[in-house]
Design a protein around this ligand. Structure first.
Ligand code: CA
Length: 445
């Protein structure tokens, strides 16, 4: 586990005034990393207040020593930083914290360096933080798996393997897009209207989002090697928000026997900022408390540190902004709030399980948690669960189907064209500065 240290002290202020506002998403205790475009170039940056600081400019001015400087210099994304050792990643945080909080730091005193390195966030475009090589999506919420399972299989919602291993599937890395990218409604095979009928091909009619938290892999393991649970935290670089766009009608028709395919691979959105594991240190929490009737995980998936601190206190929120709401200048309408602490499996367990067969993970790979849903209705992380279709998209008599009502009087079972989904996340604690993950948004076109 990463240390809680002076960089988490809530009293420390930055000489960049916007970082000290009480509602600042990026105070000096946060320091999320991302890639932005300015002057036509992709640049690695750290967010502070309403500014972004170009690490390449700082490296060129000689502010970082070898390993960090090389990681920044040799890459146009965060892959180099994700290849650094845990010690170097902590050193990067300490150096950035000093540069941005000490009014005598070289950056604080050098106006021309500031001129070259600081960009207003409002004036730059954010890019994907990493060109992801491989993307895996898990299914780690007991509530989500039980809800969805009971729509698929009312008599048998949770399959017997579910509490023994983190279920996942290999997603599609090429269609990962950064927040703000428009999402084109996919076409595909839609299930027959009646049992025994023929499918049709056409635009998806049951477009959905999935609220998820993603983690970028650091270091990586060699093919054939595994990652123990005790070491797994070192292989996590940081977290991000993920929207796993889902075509439910296509999914219902194609998912058996091999799982999701075209219903998911058309697009997955990620937020631009990566909040590092170092920043998250004060917000760690016990793993999900299993009921006494639940199976004990096999030894490779359980240890005392993961049990005590493997969880993470991240609050999450999903809002929707329809075309009509946009025209009436209404604010986004909140659909749900959730907590990442409700996940049955921890990120470390997912990573350890992923590598347990010797599969090589690489720096910059993305693992996503699966839909984050809690026990209450307001904490369900997708429309499928929120509107609760009795038979996965087909209303059945007596089902609990409940359309969502928007402030315009519009109703939704699934997403309409023009709908924008906005996911936000943050970590809060009365003793700490609140740190935000930023946002992950996308509009269906
Ligand atoms: Ca998913």
């Amino acid at each position: 586990m990463r240390p809680v240290d002076h960089t988490h002290d809530p009293r420390t202020r930055s000489w960049i005034e916007s970082a000290n506002a009480s509602n600042a998403e990026f105070p000096p205790q946060n320091l999320p990393l991302g890639v932005f475009q300015a002057d036509g170039l992709p640049r690695i940056g750290v967010a502070i207040g309403d500014q972004v600081v170009c690490l390449g400019t700082l490296a060129a001015a000689g502010l970082f020593n070898d390993s960090i400087g090389v990681a920044v210099h040799d890459h146009v994304d965060l892959t180099g930083l994700m290849s650094l050792s845990v010690a170097d990643r902590l050193r990067l945080r300490h150096e950035l914290f000093q540069l941005l909080t000490d009014s005598q730091s070289r950056l604080a005193r050098d106006a021309s360096l500031q001129q070259a390195a600081l960009w207003p966030q409002a004036a730059v475009a954010m890019l994907k933080p990493v060109e992801v090589g491989d993307y895996t999506d898990f299914y780690a919420s007991l509530y989500h798996a039980t809800n969805v399972g009971s729509m698929f299989r009312p008599d048998n919602p949770l399959l017997p393997n579910w509490k023994h291993l983190p279920i996942g599937y290999h997603g599609r890395a090429s269609s990962l897009v950064v927040s703000g990218t428009e999402i084109r409604r996919p076409s595909g095979q839609l299930p027959p209207a009646q049992e025994g009928g023929s499918p049709t091909f056409g635009p998806c009619r049951q477009m959905d989002y999935e609220l998820e938290v993603g983690a970028y892999v650091a270091l990586g393991n060699r093919l054939g090697d595994t990652i123990s649970l005790a070491a797994a935290e070192d292989f996590l670089f940081g977290i991000t928000l993920v929207n796993d766009w889902s075509a439910r009608d296509m999914q219902r028709w194609e998912y058996q026997p091999l799982g999701p395919f075209l219903a998911k691979s058309f697009a997955t959105s990620v937020s631009p900022w990566v909040v590092t594991m170092e920043a998250l240190a004060p917000f760690r929490s016990p793993a999900f408390e299993r009921s006494s009737d639940d199976p004990v995980p096999l030894p490779y998936l359980e240890d005392s540190v993961n049990k005590a601190q493997g969880g993470m206190r991240v609050q999450l929120e999903v809002s929707l902004l329809s075309e009509a709401m946009r025209q009436q200048s209404l604010p986004p309408h909140r659909l749900s709030v959730g907590s990442f602490g409700s996940m049955y499996w921890t990120l470390a367990q997912m990573l350890t399980h992923h590598a347990s067969n010797g599969c090589n993970l690489q720096p910059g790979d993305l693992i996503a948690s699966g839909t984050v849903s809690g026990p209450e209705r307001h904490s369900r992380g997708c429309l499928l669960e929120l509107t609760w279709d009795g038979e996965f998209g087909r209303p059945v008599p007596g089902s609990q189907r409940t359309p969502l009502h928007l402030p315009t009087g519009e109703e939704r079972l699934f997403l309409a064209t023009g709908d924008e989904v906005i996911i936000r996340g943050w970590c809060e604690d009365p003793q700490r500065r609140t740190i935000h993950l930023g946002e992950c948004r996308g509009r269906v076109v």
